[in-house]
Design a binder for this molecule. Structure first.
Ligand code: SAM
Ligand code: SF4
Length: 331
């Protein structure tokens, strides 16, 4: 049995995020550029067979949790085929997806039947006008319909990711609190991170988790932490004091959780990244397409994990934003 993927700081990596495309059907301002986007050539994208082979190589090293992302993963409309392939690999315990929900309701049943277990749907505003302001596209109703479709099909829990942006989403905090209470959907507020294509991120634009907790607690009811959380989960979870409604926070900027990180990623064009914020990546596609052996793939993964930095440096003057924006890395 190969050794686990442990880095210089003792962090064990069992969690793989797979980006299946950089394309997207909306244009969230904190991720995509306002103007034209140069997407990867389709031939550059890893095929489902290549992804499956990679997963078969890393599972014996302890990887048991997978999340599919992008770009928008569901623009690859046969994604359920990949889910089925991955679910069949012995050792894969958990397959999730992060999607903007525009195309989800029509694929929900196929994905569920194929073995998808977890779903996070991204929605930053419970208001169609604000939705369009943020995403620069229409589609609010489709996303809301997808949240309900996810519940109907049987996903449990259903989580909604909401990026919190100062000067823009303050008025969504209380509506989301009520939405969590009324629907049983868990809302996870994510602090805006410096991964936007337009390089417009500033610390002043981050609406901090602590402020949201304070407002929800004051205006709805106190939030209490949910005990025994998975230390590796990026979200800190709370529920309202009466037990109705869960709210999570991914406070990457104000409370970095790098020392608990158990993740690594592959981009849609087949690069291994050991961190969202890393400035270097390791080529995987070349190995997959040019006769690389499983041992060479394993070696490439180990080299990437061995080179992982202690943490991101968003809060220091040393921080350098990666060249790839979020849609190209895979969030
Ligand atoms: N397109 C899918 C979606 O939006 O759910 C999956 C990919 S998206 C890059 C993954 C997650 O990253 C989404 O929840 C999105 O809101 C979040 N995200 C994107 N850019 C971000 C940023 N600059 N800061 C914080 N979260 C971001
Ligand atoms: Fe598309 Fe997701 Fe980026 Fe929004 S966050 S532009 S939905 S990839």
């Amino acid at each position: 049995m190969p050794e686990a993927l442990i880095d210089r700081f003792g962090r064990v990596h069992n969690n793989l995020r797979i980006s299946v495309t950089d394309r997207c059907n909306i244009r969230c301002f904190y991720c995509m550029p306002a103007g034209d986007v140069q997407f990867m050539n389709r031939k550059e994208l890893l095929t489902f067979e290549e992804i499956e082979r990679f997963v078969r190589v890393v599972v014996p090293m302890g990887v048991n949790k997978i999340r599919l992302t992008g770009g928008e993963p569901l623009v690859r409309r046969d994604l359920h085929v990949l889910v089925r392939k991955l679910a069949a690999i012995p050792g894969v315990q958990d397959i999730g997806i992060t999607t903007n929900g525009i195309l989800f309701s029509e694929q929900a049943q196929d994905l569920f039947d194929a073995g998808l277990q977890r779903i996070n749907i991204s929605l930053d505003a419970l208001d169609p006008v604000k939705f369009q302001e943020i995403t620069r596209r229409e589609g609010y109703e489709k996303v809301v319909a997808s949240i309900h479709a996810a519940k109907r099909v049987g996903f449990n829990p259903v989580k909604v990711n909401a990026v919190s942006i100062r000067g823009m989403t303050e008025d969504q905090i209380i509506p989301f609190g009520h939405f969590a209470r009324e629907t049983g959907v868990e809302i996870r507020f994510i602090e805006f991170m410096p991964l936007d294509a337009d390089n417009a991120w500033e610390r002043d634009k981050v609406l901090f988790a602590s402020e949201i907790i304070e407002r929800l607690s004051k205006e709805i009811m106190p939030l209490v932490p949910i005990g025994q959380r998975d230390v590796h989960a990026p979200a800190t979870d709370f529920e309202f004091a009466d037990g109705v409604g869960r709210i999570g926070f991914i406070a990457s900027v104000s409370q970095p959780f790098c020392m608990d990180c158990n993740r690594f990623r592959i981009t849609a064009d087949g690069k291994i990244r050991n961190c969202l914020f890393s400035l270097e990546e390791t080529d995987l596609k070349g190995l997959l397409r040019n006769g690389g052996t499983d041992a060479q793939i394993e070696q490439a993964v180990r080299a990437s994990i061995a080179a992982k930095n202690e943490g991101h440096e968003i809060n220091t003057a040393k921080f350098i934003q990666p060249d790839r924006p979020m849609f190209s890395i895979g969030g």
